[in-house]
Ligand binder design. Structure first.
Ligand SMILES: Cc1cc2nc3c(=O)[nH]c(=O)nc-3n(C[C@H](O)[C@H](O)[C@H](O)COP(=O)(O)O)c2cc1C
Length: 217
């Protein structure tokens, strides 16, 4: 499965089967996390037993309490930490999808209960629930290309394909508060229009856009 196919298949999943993730897959996940940590200067950790990470009321009601495992998205505190967490975390989410697993980004979780060490100069930004979903989730409402783009009106195909993938990016409460601007010299700007965890969203959006456009920005 390519990253693009993973984007098309992925939806947030909040109800999971009791089944644990197999050891061979855990090894692959940990190897991928090592690679992404190095590339993104991050300190993500796969936590096999989610334990009581999702014991808050909203998480229990939504079903997330059933997630067997979780990824703790930790990194050194810098200005661009949230954006890097979004970008590299979504690379991981798409990789997990290719392994036949389901995920849900979660801003709401019990920070005290997740089994991870966070150093003084680091932050635990967010968590990603992972496991075998009871279903594959479902398509949700989306903004249109016109609503999330700005700049040059004559858009090349690579730009449109990038936006198409960006519109499938998960964002907190499905807010999609971003603008992708095409400049006259065909450079691209990713603009944050505010909202909760919007810099994490923007990193995720950039990851999807690059996969659609077939180039890095
Ligand atoms: C940064 C971020 C934070 C999120 N936090 C939560 C959360 O706390 N609880 C939850 O159930 N879903 C959470 N989500 C999942 C979004 O609600 C979901 O991605 C959005 O509704 C779009 O749906 P989709 O992922 O199926 O495309 C979060 C997503 C992102 C990107």
């Amino acid at each position: 499965m390519t990253e693009k196919e993973a984007i098309l298949k992925r939806h947030s999943v909040r109800s999971y089967e009791g089944k644990e993730i197999e050891d061979e897959k855990v090894k692959l996940i940990e190897a991928k996390i090592d690679e992404l940590n190095l590339e993104g200067n991050l300190n993500f950790k796969f936590v096999k037993d989610a334990g009581k990470t999702y014991n808050k009321f909203f998480n229990v009601v939504s079903g997330l309490g059933t997630a067997p495992s979780v990824i703790a998205c930790v990194g050194k505190d810098t200005k661009d930490l949230d954006m890097r967490v979004g970008y590299y975390g979504e690379k991981l989410v798409l990789f997990l999808q290719t392994l036949g697993l389901n995920t849900c980004w979660t801003g709401t979780f019990n920070k005290k209960n997740i089994d991870v060490n966070v150093k003084d100069d680091e932050s635990l930004v967010i968590a990603i629930a992972v496991g075998y979903g009871k279903d594959q989730g479902r398509a949700r409402k989306s903004k249109t290309l016109e609503q999330v783009t700005a700049g040059k009106k004559d858009m090349p195909d690579w730009f449109k394909e990038g936006v198409e993938m960006a519109l499938l990016a998960p964002t907190a409460i499905n807010q999609q508060k971003f603008t992708i601007k095409l400049n006259d010299d065909e450079s691209v700007e990713f603009i944050d229009n505010g909202g909760v965890l919007s810099q994490v969203d923007l990193g995720i959006v950039k990851c999807h856009f690059e996969i659609g456009a077939g180039k890095k920005f």
